[in-house]
Design a binder for this molecule. Structure first.
Ligand code: SAM
Length: 291
């Protein structure tokens, strides 16, 4: 039998009290208590019975219930073991949900996709724990986990960072990774009162649709992202100095100066002024020197 849906304050408080659950700040626990927001996320995620969904951080299972109704299968990965008995209770009526008690950053998601979906691309849907938004998103993309789309609640500021370009203080490695791998759009802005407890910042739901082919051609992706990280690790330094000081890069000073010169932006240019195309060109030039 299906359990009562949770996406409202009354039912959420009831289940929390039943299990005497106390929120763990360190796990970024802000549970959704607004059915309109849940409806919007589910609609934007565009899930059907052919889809396998990975939910990161199901909490008490609020969104998981919605996902289970739409998807063929839902894998919900939750780090907090105190939430597992609650999830077993609230998701008891669904036979297409698997709960995994694990830190998502330690999980071999590739293997999971092979075991659970025969390697076919999955959809990721989550109200993410904000303290690890960047490693989760970068990890899914850079490890080439087969995903069709990622529909996630993140801090509003992080959603902006994903979409911004050169010239903004928010521009960085996350912006470039997201824009290299995916087309993005903001589904909704979500105020703090839609969560329990209320976060201090505004949130946004963003959908990232993975490109079949990235918008720029890159010979060695790993090298490009090492270059991007080196450029933004030392924001105040010039691009040339950032690249020279990186212990992940091993190019001569001359090669770096030549590569920077070819950008046509002057020798003192900083990484934050470079577009994705610039980083692709720069890394392709340096990749050829390596081969
Ligand atoms: N999905 C629920 C909702 O919308 O109400 C809860 C979202 S809450 C913002 C984030 C959830 O992620 C929490 O349940 C938290 O315990 C879990 N979490 C935090 N760090 C995690 C990690 N490293 N791996 C898996 N889950 C994690």
């Amino acid at each position: 039998m299906e359990k009562p849906t949770l996406g409202n304050p009354h039912n959420t408080i009831e289940i929390l009290q039943k299990y005497q659950f106390s929120f763990q700040k360190r796990f970024g626990q802000n549970f959704l208590i607004d059915t309109h927001v849940l409806d919007k996320i589910i609609r934007a995620a565009d899930i059907g019975k052919d889809d396998m969904v990975l939910e990161i951080g199901p909490g008490i299972g609020t969104m998981t219930q919605y996902l289970a109704k739409e998807a063929g299968k839902v894998i919900a990965v939750e780090i907090d073991r105190n939430l597992i008995p609650i999830l077993e209770d609230t998701l008891g009526g669904y036979d297409n949900v698997r709960i995994i008690n694990e830190d998502v950053l330690k999980l071999d998601i590739h293997r999971l996709v092979w075991e659970e979906n025969e390697g076919r691309p999955i959809k990721v849907v989550a109200n993410l724990p904000y303290y690890i938004t960047t490693p989760i998103i970068m990890g899914l993309f850079e490890e080439h986990v087969p995903v069709v789309s990622i529909t996630v609640m993140v801090q509003k500021e992080v959603a902006d960072r994903m979409q911004t370009g050169p010239g903004s203080k928010d521009y960085g490695a996350l912006s470039l990774a997201v824009q290299y791998y995916a087309d993005t759009y903001i589904v909704a802005n979500v105020p703090p009162n839609c969560f329990m407890p209320r976060p201090k910042v505004g949130s946004a739901v963003i959908r990232l649709n993975r490109y079949e082919k990235p918008p720029v051609e890159v010979v060695d992706e790993r090298l490009m992202f090492d270059i991007i990280r080196a450029s933004f690790n030392q924001r105040r330094k010039t691009l040339a100095n950032g690249l020279k000081n990186s212990d992940r890069l091993d190019f001569t000073k001359e090669a770096i100066m030549e590569a920077v010169e070819r950008l046509g932006k002057g020798p003192g240019v900083r990484g934050e002024a470079l577009t994705l195309e610039d980083f692709a060109g720069l890394s392709n030039y340096l990749a050829r020197l390596q081969s």
